[in-house]
Design a protein around this ligand. Structure first.
Ligand code: NAD
Length: 540
């Protein structure tokens, strides 16, 4: 037993490595990628610390080379689902009773293992499994995840320090930050390894246990990180990992009476379905489940006539096409002034003429493949729609023979409410609407009202009054709002991330607001000398 008001090591953002051609780090990641691509990994479910190989499997292939199998994932059935609930329930008592600094230390150790010896393998499996370039893998699977763990330790300490400001003489008021009264169902998307790990680990800082269902297409990097957590000393049963179709596992677990909360990131439709399941079963739960979901986006770039065309064009190239537009924050609708349109379109065309698309193992590639056949088919339908109803400024085609490649594409539409300006596509397909310079105010109404989402958005202008007015006018149009910067690339500890409207509950992953959702506080009042007479003085 050790007593003390321990201070967490001050959190710092993990530096992003450059991987310059010829550098040692570039050579090391290339070697790690070769090893990862030469293996076929059997990925079990993890239940109460046991690795469970069910024998019911599906293959995981490389998006850049879709005949190349890199893993085989073992699906959970009803028995594994029951066992995972039992494991999460039985582990919670001991995990919640462990001093908070001991819990935090598991994740601080995990952060240092990831920053050091595990980094190349985690990056390599994210590259080949999720089709990320080395830079995209580094900023996600390494840096952002390390940041989540370091900053969540810091925010946990701050949250626990939240205590009642008043204890009158003779009394002591305290708040006990308990975990929720049931397991957390963590369901993660394919596109960010860091988010996938944050979903089950953030609640664990507060003493919760979880059942984690990663997206199948990210199962390889998630499995490597699950073994990293084991190496960091995570006790059995704190995080239980199940694989298989989300449409079966998700609703089954969401309907369990032991559910304490859902920590979800993914599409809006799936989150709404989970919410409906909970609403329909409300009378059956032990507690009111907390529902936290970060979902879709239709993110905008707005340029004022005073904006610099090169800066806007570069923001479109990076903001719309990095990681093939498969970021919830990716720019996908642009509002550009007629007086600057030609210059901005030239910057985008010139950039795309030299931007290489191909296998992410080639370090000169900027655009890899989209995640799978389903995404490719969906993007192909949007490309057909754009080619028939819009002007194709650049790109416009897909190539699915070897990998799921979709050309970075810019369409231009005449109707600001065209489907291409409203619907989340989640691929490298962006659409521009050109407005008349003197229609700035009416254009902002379209930005605010065209799409149901409100995740990220950016405004480019030189004129300070314009930046201020746009910021006010678009206050509810985005949960992460950028002035003269692309709308992607939020950093933990700097821009807490999340959106409103159809984009989610806006509980801001990587910030104190998220952790608050995983605590069910108990108020404790202690009276040092209890009353011995029931009569109040006014009774005489
Ligand atoms: P998805 O919704 O298809 O899948 C997410 C997870 O839900 C997966 O694990 C999947 O297996 C599971 N799932 C699927 N059907 C389910 C069901 N019926 N019940 C329960 N679970 C089910 O999303 P995706 O394609 O993996 O990711 C892309 C989506 O995620 C985009 O909409 C993107 O905007 C969003 N996203 C949002 C954020 C954010 O912070 N707002 C971050 C990343 C991704």
């Amino acid at each position: 037993m050790a007593d003390g008001a321990f201070r967490v090591p001050p959190p710092v953002n993990e530096p992003v490595r450059a991987f310059a051609p010829g550098s040692t780090e570039a050579a090391r990641i290339a070697a790690a990628v070769r090893v990862a691509a030469s293996e076929v990994v059997d990925i079990p479910c993890v239940i109460g610390g046991k690795h469970v190989f069910t024998g019911v499997t599906s293959d995981i292939t490389m998006p850049c080379d879709h005949r190349h199998v890199i893993a085989r994932v073992h699906h959970a059935g009803p028995a594994e689902i029951d066992a995972a609930v039992a494991a999460a329930e039985s582990a919670r008592k001991e995990w919640a009773a462990l001093p908070w600094d001991q819990r935090a230390a598991v994740f601080l150790r995990a952060a240092e293992l990831l920053a050091g010896p595990w980094r190349d393998r985690v990056n390599a499996t994210t590259m080949i499994g999720q089709s990320k370039t080395v830079h995209q893998a580094e900023i996600d699977a390494s840096c952002e995840l390390i940041d989540f763990w370091r900053f969540n330790a810091h925010y946990t300490a701050s949250l626990l320090a939240e205590q009642p400001p008043v204890s009158p003489t003779g009394f002591w008021n305290r708040v006990d930050h308990r975990p929720l009264d049931g397991f957390i169902l963590a369901i993660s998307p394919f596109n960010f390894t860091s988010i996938a790990l944050n979903l089950p680990t953030a609640p664990a800082f507060l003493g919760n246990t979880s059942i984690w269902k990663p997206a199948e297409t990210s199962a390889l990097s998630c499995w490597v990180l699950m073994t990293l957590l084991e190496a960091a000393g995570l006790p059995p049963g704190v995080i239980n990992m199940l694989h298989g179709p989300g449409s079966k596992i998700g609703p089954t677990l969401a309907a369990r009476p032991e559910l304490g909360g859902i920590h979800f990131t993914g599409s809006t439709g799936v989150f709404r379905g989970l919410w409906r399941t909970v609403a329909e079963r409300l009378d059956t739960y032990r507690c009111y489940p907390r529902l936290v979901g970060e979902t879709g986006g239709k993110d905008f770039i707005v340029a004022h006539p005073s904006a610099d065309p090169t800066e806007v064009g570069v923001a479109i190239l990076r903001g719309a096409f990095e990681y093939q537009g498969q970021k919830c924050s990716a720019a996908s609708r642009m509002y550009l002034p007629r007086s600057r349109w030609a210059a901005i379109a030239d910057v985008v065309r010139d950039g795309l003429a030299t931007m290489r698309m191909g296998d992410v193992r080639d370090p000169t590639v900027f655009v890899g493949a989209v995640i799978d056949k389903r995404a490719f088919a969906n993007h192909t339908r949007y490309l057909e729609l754009g080619r028939s109803e819009a002007e194709t400024v650049a790109g416009g085609h897909g190539h699915g023979e070897v990998g799921w490649f979709v050309e970075p594409t810019l369409f231009r539409v005449d109707d600001p409410r065209h489907r291409l300006m409203q619907e989340e596509i989640f691929g490298p397909i962006a659409t521009a609407w050109v407005y008349e310079d003197n229609d700035w105010d009416a254009m902002l109404d379209h930005v605010d009202g065209t799409s149901p989402y409100a995740l990220t958005g950016a405004v480019f202008a030189q004129d300070r009054r314009v930046l201020h007015a746009a910021s006010e006018r678009l206050r509810f149009a985005a949960g992460n709002f950028y002035l003269n910067d692309k709308p992607t690339g939020a950093v933990v500890g700097q821009q807490p991330f999340g959106g409103g409207r159809a984009s989610g509950t806006n509980d801001k992953a990587g910030g104190p607001w998220n952790l608050l959702r995983w605590s069910s506080p108990r108020s404790i009042k202690e009276t040092f000398v209890p009353a011995r007479d029931w009569r109040y003085p006014y009774l005489g």
